[in-house]
Write a protein that binds this ligand. Structure first.
Ligand code: UDX
Length: 446
């Protein structure tokens, strides 16, 4: 199939590369010429395991190309995919400006029948607006469909090539048949539905996963008070097939480009139709509070944080990505600086992005030391906090942490270490929802 993908962010780039891998002829379009130049030189602008190699293999095979010329790409395409960003407006509502612009330019470029798919996460009813925006600029026939994307950063290629399901929301049998044929090599779980339900499936899925995370984080907080172990609880719960074991890892809360944005957007969507989505509002609030738990544990173990040196391991919102959007680390760092702490931070991949996004004038901030390697963040610190469970941290030698720290407090925000491992050291170890190791004050974090 001849496909034009508009937008070369995570969703657009990974989808385009994977469709080329399946043998389709793919043109990826982006307005940003510098990005197109970078892609044409064989370089992927994001950190995503396996993507660059697959992209270059498909470029070499002549099935994949990059351009900033949308009109030309659209003219010959049988399928046009909109995968541009839908950032949040201050109200939490999704900003559809990029979608609208793409739709209008598609309308201007259409030279014959095409299917226009929206992959960006968009509020219910948006695809109908997309049809109107395109229709205002063309007399050519076209169909629209919503095919939401469920890929995760860090495993985007695998998720795209092995999806749990494909959702096709369209009123057109012709478009549905073509889209089913395109996705059939990936899975037999193809669900055909109406456009509005497809749009809602995406929001509902992300909101439900966020709910699972906030739920287990609250259970973890309770476990700390009653002396239970959240990992035992989660695995006991997860064996019930109605619950399932995934997304029950307690920690410092979810971040990233999707859950925070999509939960806010769904709250806003509900508000627009006078529905108060109480549960989801609580999910968001719990997630915000969970970030504070690191500070509470530090304050409980170190006392006043003013003048204390705290080492931070991990800035990305999760391992396997250099994405720092809505990363819990940003809030935690800001609160620690506010409390007067001196920070020594390190992330194996996300450091540059983090500095650019949150501390672009950080050259001047003398309270942050951006470390060259992970042990520098530990050396001489009063406490170490693990915020992202990168392998290099999870596999770290606990004895070495103990010997390099000035103090002995280790806050593990991701439950990255087994309690038995830590018990063999002299570290005062605080994790999430598990018994405290060697706390001089109490057995559990009361
Ligand atoms: C998510 C959805 O999983 C994906 O389907 C959607 O398309 C985009 O949003 P992503 O943001 O890449 O993907 O990351 P994900 O692996 O889902 O993790 C999101 C956040 O939740 C991370 O901050 C992670 O640390 C946190 N998380 C995840 C937990 O705290 N506990 C868990 O059990 C799982």
């Amino acid at each position: 199939m001849k496909i034009a993908v508009i937008g070369t962010g995570y969703v657009g780039l990974v989808s385009g590369v994977c469709w080329a891998e399946l043998g389709n002829d793919v043109t990826c379009v982006d307005k940003l010429q510098s990005k197109i130049d970078q892609l044409n030189s064989g370089e992927v602008p994001i950190y995503e395991p396996g993507l660059e190699q697959m992209m270059n293999a498909n470029r070499a095979a002549g099935r994949l190309r990059f351009t900033s010329n949308l009109a030309e790409a659209v003219q010959t395409a049988e399928l046009i995919v909109i995968a541009v960003g839908t950032p949040s407006l201050p109200s939490g509502e999704a900003n559809l400006a990029f979608i609208r612009q793409a739709a209008e330019e598609i309308g201007q470029g259409l030279a014959g029948y095409a299917i226009v798919v929206t992959k960006s996460t968009v509020p219910v009813g948006t695809n109908e607006r997309v049809a109107a925006w395109i229709g205002a600029h063309t007399s050519q026939p076209f169909d629209v469909a919503s095919v939401p994307e469920f890929l995760r950063e860090g495993s985007a290629v695998r998720d795209t090539l092995h999806p749990d399901r494909i959702i096709i929301g369209t009123d057109s049998d012709r478009a549905a048949a073509a889209l089913e044929a395109l996705h059939r090599p990936l899975t037999s779980q193809i669900v055909r539905t109406d456009i509005r339900s497809a749009e809602m499936i995406k929001y509902a899925s992300n909101a439900f996963l966020a709910t699972k995370i906030s739920f287990i984080n609250e259970i973890a907080n309770l476990c700390e008070k009653v002396g239970a172990n959240v990992e035992e609880v989660a695995s006991g719960m997860g064996l019930d097939q109605r619950i399932g074991g995934y997304f029950l890892r307690a920690g410092i809360g979810y971040g990233g480009s999707c859950f925070p944005k999509d939960t806010q957007a769904l709250i806003q969507i509900a508000g627009d139709v006078a529905y108060d989505f109480k549960l989801l509002k609580s999910v968001v609030e719990v997630n915000q509070l969970q970030r504070r738990s690191v500070l509470d544990k530090l304050a409980a173990s170190l006392g006043d944080l003013n003048g204390k040196t705290v080492g931070l391991w991990g800035l990305a919102f999760k391992p396997g990505t250099d994405d720092v959007r809505e990363s819990p680390a940003a809030d935690i760092m800001a609160a620690l600086l506010e409390a007067g702490a001196l920070l020594k931070v390190y992330d194996p991949i996300a450091m540059a992005n983090f500095k650019r996004m949150f501390y672009s004038d950080a050259g001047a901030n003398e309270d942050i030391i951006w470390c060259e390697e992970q042990w520098e963040a530990v050396t001489g610190s009063d406490a170490l906090c693990l915020l992202t469970e990168w392998d290099t941290f999870v596999q770290a030698d606990l004895q070495r942490i103990e010997s390099l720290l000035r103090g002995s407090v280790f806050i593990d925000g991701r439950n990255a270490f087994r309690l038995e491992q830590v018990a063999a050291t002299g570290l005062r170890y605080f994790s999430v929802g598990r018994p405290v190791q060697r706390d001089s004050h109490s057995e559990t974090m009361a």
